[in-house]
Ligand binder design. Structure first.
Ligand code: ZN
Ligand code: ZN
Length: 408
C-alpha cells in the first residue's frame, strides 16, 4: 500500500495547488466510497488549513450500476432538485470544489446507451447553473484521481487487484509529481512552463490551425479574440487554482462554424461508462456531418445527438507527445489522464474564458463570437507521434507549430 505520508502529500497538493483552499472557506468533495480512507485524509488536511466546512458527496460504482439495472426510465431520466440546490448553495457561498475520481471505465458497458444518455442529459440540464461557476472560473475547482480495483485492472489486466491498484497509485503519484520532494514547488515550475507556452500562442494569434496525421486532415479556424489557456487559472476571488491534476495542455477554442475536414481518434474514449474506439468524425462548417467507430458507434451516435451543440467543437488542446502521461506508456481509459498524453479536441460546450471578455457575454454574444454551447463537453484524443500542425497567421502565411507530435 501507499504510505500515509505520501497520501498526505497528495492531499495537501490537491488542497493547496488544486483548489487553493483558503481559511474560512467551505470545501465540497465529490468522492468514491472506495476511496474513503484517502478522502478522510483530505478532509482532515482541509480543516488543518482552516476550512470552515467540508462536505462530501459519496458515490459508489456498485450502487450506480444497481440503479441503472433496476430503476424505471422516469427515475433514470430525472435529476433531484435537492442535489441541484446542494451544489448551488456551496457555489454561492464561494466554496472550493474538489472531485476525486476513480471510475471503472467499463461500469455501464452492459447498460442500454439510451438510458445512460438520458441520465447524462438530465444531470447536465439540471446542473447548468452550477456548471457556470466552474466553466467561468467563478469558484476554484479541481479534479484529481485515485485508483479503484476495477479501473486499475483495466489498465493492468495481468496483475491481481491488489498489485494493479499499487501499480496505478505509483503511476498517478509520479504523473502528478507527488514523487518529488516538494510537489507544490514542482507544480509552480510546471505552471510557469505552461504559461510561457500559452503566452507565445496568444502572441502568435493564429487565424487557423491545420492538423495532419494518418486519417486526419482537419482545418480549425480560431475565433477573433481567442485566448489560449493552460495550467493554473484564476478564480473570481483572485486565488490561483489548478482545475485538472494532471494537466499538460494549453487550450483554446475553434470557431463553432469554422471546422472542416476529417479527424481520427488516436486513443479510446471512455464516455458515460462505455468505451468508444477507433472512430473518426467529418466536419463541414463546424458541424459533424459524418462519423464512424469500430467500437461503441451506438454510444458515439447518442453522444453526437445529445443536443444541437454536441456536433460542434468547444476546445482544441495542444499536448506534446513526450508529456509524462504519454511517457508512462499507459492507456488510462480516463480522460483526465489520456487527454494529457495527447493533443485533443472536445465536442460540445466551449469555455467562455477562451475568448476575450467571454465570461461577461450573453448567450447571443457568445454565439456571435463563435463560442459553442452544449450540455456536453467531451474531450477525445487526436495526437500521436505522427501528428503535424501548421499555424496560418493573420497575414495568410504558414508556419509549423507541431512536427512529429511535438512543438517545433
Ligand atoms: Zn483539454
Ligand atoms: Zn476539455
Amino acid at each position: 500500500m501507499v504510505d500515509e505520508k505520501t497520501l498526505e502529500k497528495y492531499a495537501e497538493l490537491a488542497l493547496k495547488t488544486g483548489v487553493s483552499l483558503q481559511p474560512n472557506q467551505a470545501l465540497m468533495i465529490n468522492a468514491p466510497i472506495e476511496g474513503a480512507d484517502f478522502t478522510r485524509i483530505v478532509a482532515r488536511k482541509a480543516y488543518e488549513l482552516g476550512a470552515k466546512d467540508v462536505h462530501i458527496n459519496w458515490s459508489d460504482d456498485e450502487l450506480t450500476l444497481l440503479k441503472y439495472e433496476n430503476a424505471p426510465d422516469e427515475v433514470i431520466g430525472s435529476f433531484p432538485d435537492w442535489r441541484v440546490k446542494l451544489y448551488d448553495m456551496y457555489a454561492e457561498d464561494g466554496a472550493a470544489v474538489l472531485s476525486i475520481r476513480s471510475t471503472n471505465p467499463d461500469l455501464l458497458q452492459d447498460i442500454d446507451p439510451k438510458r445512460v444518455a438520458m441520465a447524462n442529459k438530465a444531470s447536465a440540464e439540471a446542473m447548468k447553473n452550477f456548471r457556470k461557476y466552474t466553466m467561468n472560473d467563478k469558484i476554484p475547482w479541481s479534479i484529481i484521481s485515485i485508483p479503484s480495483g476495477d479501473w486499475a485492472q483495466k489498465i493492468f489486466p495481468d496483475q491481481s487487484k491488489e498489485e494493479a491498484v499499487q501499480s496505478l497509485w505509483e503511476a498517478i503519484l509520479k504523473i502528478v509529481r507527488v514523487d518529488k520532494d516538494d510537489p507544490v514547488a514542482a507544480w509552480d515550475e510546471h505552471n510557469a512552463t505552461l504559461k510561457s507556452k500559452r503566452e507565445e500562442l496568444n502572441e502568435k494569434n493564429y487565424k487557423k490551425l491545420i492538423f495532419k496525421a494518418p486519417g486526419t486532415d482537419l482545418e480549425l479556424e480560431l475565433p477573433e479574440g481567442h485566448v489560449w489557456k493552460g495550467g493554473s487559472a484564476v478564480a473570481e476571488s483572485g486565488v490561483v487554482f489548478n482545475p485538472n491534476m494532471p494537466t499538460e495542455e494549453v487550450f483554446s477554442m475553434p470557431h463553432k462554424y469554422g471546422v472542416n475536414g476529417t479527424v481520427s481518434s488516436t486513443k479510446p474514449l471512455n464516455y458515460g461508462g462505455s468505451v468508444i474506439d477507433n472512430f473518426s468524425l467529418t466536419f463541414k462548417d463546424g458541424k459533424v456531418v459524418d462519423f464512424k467507430a469500430e467500437k461503441g458507434e451506438e454510444v458515439l451516435k447518442h453522444l453526437l445527438d445529445s443536443d444541437e451543440g454536441a456536433r460542434r467543437l468547444g476546445e482544441v488542446a495542444l499536448v506534446p507527445h513526450e508529456s509524462p502521461v504519454s511517457q508512462s506508456g499507459l492507456i488510462f481509459y480516463n480522460t483526465l489522464f489520456d487527454e494529457n498524453a495527447s493533443c485533443h479536441i472536445a465536442l460540445g460546450k466551449a469555455y467562455p474564458t477562451n475568448v476575450k471578455d467571454g465570461s461577461a457575454m450573453s448567450d447571443e454574444e457568445l454565439d456571435q463570437h463563435g463560442v459553442n454551447d452544449s450540455l456536453i463537453h467531451v474531450d477525445f484524443m487526436i495526437g500521436s507521434e505522427k501528428l503535424d500542425i501548421d499555424g496560418i497567421k493573420q497575414d495568410g502565411t504558414t508556419e509549423p507549430v507541431f512536427r512529429n507530435g511535438t512543438w517545433t
